[in-house]
Design a protein around this ligand. Structure first.
Ligand SMILES: *Cc1c(COP(=O)(O)O)cnc(C)c1O
Length: 441
């Protein structure tokens, strides 16, 4: 199985999985995508509802990875990565919350980060140099990546996060690891962090000295395992026989891209919702046909504060750059913080269900679509983070106290360490090149 850049229109430079993972970004600045998308045969599709989560994962991922990873190895990686439940909770008739937050850092990004760490480790013996993984985070990615890579030999991880723009709990989860994990606190926004990461990956000078890759969803190994969520959710509601709508709270649009990939391999998902906060670049595009990135604004759903969604290129490519086709498959909605808070209150009062701000936006998008398209649907919104990760916001909004899961408490008690960093590319580069470390001795 080969991977090609979204910008390599004639597919002149296919690369192996190993190369796609270690590069992160293609030489032309595009993002890797599978060259060919295999589909599930009918016999496989009908079996999926009877398979368990990690069996589904092995089957789905083998379609994308081919023989790049040995079958037994892929199965054991999937069993390790998908070793927690992804409950589908029916909060109202035909409306489900797909709880993706039962992993080690309580956000959906655990799956992608854990999978990528294992794939990179699998291929690391192909390379003789130390591997440096850089990642920009608006909060959740960094901790999931840290948890996924902590203690992995031969891999150094650098996390760039925007100073003062992540929640207190998220900061703890970024800065308390030590060993091979270094947190850089940038005096800038998430978009600045992402800009620096992209520039590092395409910097010719760095390519010569070290092996650099990114663990953002620009890395195809982060993105592909997310396809599994959608196949799994479909498999657990398909017996109702209703068209399935999936609403995806989105920032960088890796998760939604994975949803479209699930559809492409032949899983009958009827429609997708791109639900955003006021960083509504994609909903505006879906409405008006113009993709206009702009600086991100801060919201209470901060993991989605993205002004220039990287995976948009992939989404476009999946629809052969055809705006009408994209519009037909995806509806976009965006919501203010006030609307998000109202939704959290409504979900709590109506269903006694505590959602986090991101999930609440997914819920709003789903409800809006259904109200505008009367009919019988099974609606699934992705609940992307545990509400305790945003407990200050959630508690204030709902006037309740959330008990903090043990997994999170453990971080609270540790002291964090971060390296302060100016919002300047050369400074970032120097710190990483020289192997600055905030590891406690
Ligand atoms: C990262 C994140 C999102 C957005 O996912 P994308 O793949 O970047 O669109 C949504 N919710 C939470 C909690 C996240 O951490």
């Amino acid at each position: 199985m080969y991977f090609v850049s979204t910008r390599d229109k004639d597919q002149l430079h296919p690369v192996s999985l190993s190369e796609a993972v270690i590069k992160g970004l293609a030489n032309d600045g595009g993002l890797f995508m599978p060259q060919k998308i295999n589909t599930l045969i009918k016999e496989e599709l009908v079996k999926i509802p009877f398979m368990n989560l990690h069996e589904i994962a092995s089957l789905v991922l083998s379609l994308f990875l081919g023989d790049a990873v040995k079958k037994e190895k892929l199965e054991s990686i999937c069993a390790e990565v998908f070793n927690f439940q992804i409950p589908l909770v029916e909060i109202e008739k035909n409306i489900y919350s797909l709880e993706l937050f039962h992993g080690p850092t309580l956000a959906f990004k655990d799956v992608g980060a854990r999978f990528m760490a294992r794939i990179l480790e699998y291929f690391s013996s192909d390379y003789k140099k130390e591997i440096k993984v850089v990642v920009a985070t608006s909060g959740d990615t960094g901790s999931a990546v840290a948890a996924g890579f902590h203690g992995v030999n031969g891999i150094q991880v650098y996390i760039l996060y925007p100073k003062g723009k992540v929640s207190r709990m998220q900061q703890k989860q970024l800065t308390t690891w030590g060993e091979n994990i270094t947190a850089l606190e940038l005096q800038g926004t998430f978009d600045d962090c992402q800009y620096h990461v992209k520039k590092l990956l395409s910097d010719p000078e760095l390519r010569l000295t070290s092996l650099f890759t990114s663990a953002n969803s620009i890395n195809i190994a982060r993105l592909l395992p997310q396809v599994v969520y959608y196949v799994y959710a479909w498999s657990r509601v398909q017996h109702h026989g209703k068209p399935i709508i999936m609403s995806v709270p989105s920032g960088n649009f890796g998760n939604l891209t994975a949803g479209i990939l699930a559809q492409k391999i032949g899983v009958p998902i009827f429609h997708f919702i791109a639900a955003t906060n006021k960083n509504d670049i994609v909903p505006v595009y879906l409405r008006e046909g113009n993709f206009l990135p702009r600086p991100s604004v801060q919201t209470i759903s901060n993991a989605m504060d993205v002004g220039n969604p990287s995976n948009f290129e992939r989404l476009l490519q999946l629809f052969d750059n055809a705006y009408p086709a994209l519009r037909k498959a995806i509806s976009g909605y965006s919501y203010s913080d006030e609307e998000t808070q109202k939704a959290m209150i409504n979900i709590f009062e109506s269903y006694a269900y505590v959602s986090d701000p991101h999930g609440a936006i997914g819920f709003l998008g789903l409800k809006q679509y259904i109200s505008e398209h009367p009919g019988e649907f099974s609606g699934v919104f992705l609940e992307t983070a545990h509400p305790a990760k945003f407990h200050e916001t959630v508690e204030k909004c709902l006037d309740i106290t959330i008990s903090i899961p043990e997994k999170l408490k453990a971080f609270e008690e540790k002291e964090g360490h971060a390296v302060a960093c100016l919002n300047d590319y050369e400074t970032v580069k120097k710190l990483i090149l020289n192997g600055v470390s905030n590891a406690k001795q």
